[in-house]
Design a protein around this ligand. Structure first.
Ligand SMILES: Cc1cc2nc3c(=O)[nH]c(=O)nc-3n(C[C@H](O)[C@H](O)[C@H](O)COP(=O)(O)OP(=O)(O)OC[C@H]3O[C@@H](n4cnc5c(N)ncnc54)[C@H](O)[C@@H]3O)c2cc1C
Length: 343
């Protein structure tokens, strides 16, 4: 694993990871959002750009995102790219920078909503060599595991169990990838990734691998503060070695049978979102085919043909009602991208 010198790391922080201010457009007034979106107006990819992209990577054009996201909705992305090794990712990033094509990384899409009109640019997902866990170093008490970008939380949990590494048993029932979880910031009581990260390796704007030490990383509410344009290549997690009696059987991820679902809200500091939603009497409330789960009120279910718009309207309604009943402003954790209408 490449280590970088202190000086280089400081430069990297200044040059490549400069502003940690993510704009969540979904939180803005619609008029303000439209103004901002116009100012970042993305262009369709040209025929030549598409040809060049096809030569350097595996790509599907105009691919419906509902196949790749947890809530099962979302219009088509212009180019769905799968990268299988770091060299391939570097080539795709180089293409993006040269051509000005926008891009977004995708794990399992469990915390991501693509609007119904789809999106321009590339969605980049990780396969092949990115789906590995590697044991890096062990002492008698501690192990370090390198978890690459495409590894799911449940796969990591199984890997840890096979090596008698304790503390991650409950991950077997969590949706999504390790990299996606760091960018999303969920935590369970006494269990979050924030304090387990030893290092994160990313690609900087010059396509150079940079290793950021755990101590230098910034988290806010368990969410890693890293620009969305920076790909996480792998995460080094430290784990205690001890035989654990805890064993969690894998169970269905979806709370009410085999339906698509999403948990859009962050838990406020002292109370759980699910409690506030239940107290506001919102279980079972629906907009179109999007419905607040009765069993797990922090989940919204897609009853079959929900749209992204149904979900967004329901999320707004839940926020308003919770604010009215408890005074708490629920924070939306779900990441929203794309356009309302097809372009
Ligand atoms: C302790 C703990 C508790 C959890 N509890 C819950 C829960 O209660 N409910 C629930 O729904 N989920 C829970 N999760 C799961 C988790 O928080 C996320 O929902 C999930 O991991 C998202 O992963 P994903 O692969 O689906 O990411 P996606 O939804 O695909 O992406 C999420 C974000 O990460 C970015 N991203 C993904 N991969 C990369 C990469 N390699 N480089 C850069 N950016 C990337 C995406 O661009 C996007 O911005 C929990 C996770 C943990 C660790």
């Amino acid at each position: 694993m490449e280590e970088i010198k202190e000086e280089e790391r400081e430069q990297a922080k200044e040059k490549d990871l400069p502003s940690f201010d993510d704009i969540d457009l979904s939180l803005l007034h619609p008029r303000e959002r439209a103004r901002l979106e116009r100012s970042f107006e993305a262009q369709h990819m040209s025929h030549d750009q598409k040809e060049r992209l096809s030569r350097i990577t595996e790509v599907r054009f105009d691919e419906a995102m509902r196949e790749y996201t947890g809530f099962g909705v979302g219009g088509a992305v212009e180019a769905l790219v799968t990268v299988k090794h770091v060299k391939g990712l570097k080539a795709v990033m180089e293409f993006a920078h040269d051509s000005g094509v926008s891009y977004l990384f995708l794990g399992k899409g469990r915390n991501l909503l693509v609007r119904d009109g789809g999106m321009l640019g590339m969605v980049i997902r990780f396969g092949g060599e990115f789906c590995r866990c590697e044991m890096m170093r062990t002492s008698d008490e501690q192990a370090k595991v390198s978890v690459h970008a495409g590894v799911e939380l449940k796969e990591f949990a199984r890997f840890a169990e096979a090596f008698h590494l304790s503390g991650y048993e409950r991950f077997v029932n969590l949706p999504g990838t390790v990299a996606g979880a760091l960018q999303s910031g969920h935590s369970l009581r006494h269990l979050s990734l924030e304090h387990k990260v030893e290092e994160i390796t990313v690609l900087n704007a010059q396509q150079k691998e940079i290793t950021l030490q755990g101590k230098s990383l910034r988290f806010e509410g368990g969410k890693l503060k890293l620009p969305r344009t920076t790909p996480i290549l792998r995460v080094l997690l430290k784990i205690a070695i001890q035989k654990s009696d805890e064993h969690h059987e894998e169970r269905k991820l979806y709370p009410e049978g085999d339906v698509f679902s999403i948990a859009p809200f962050a838990d406020p500091e002292k109370v759980e979102a699910r409690q506030l939603i239940a107290d506001a009497g919102l279980q079972g409330v629906r907009v179109g085919s999007a419905r607040v789960s009765t069993l797990h009120p922090d989940f919204i279910l897609n009853e079959g043909d929900a749209t992204a718009r149904d979900l967004l309207v329901l999320v707004g309604l839940v926020k308003d009602r919770v604010k009215q009943s408890s005074g708490v402003a629920l924070e939306q954790k779900m990441i929203v991208v794309g356009n309302d209408k097809q372009r």
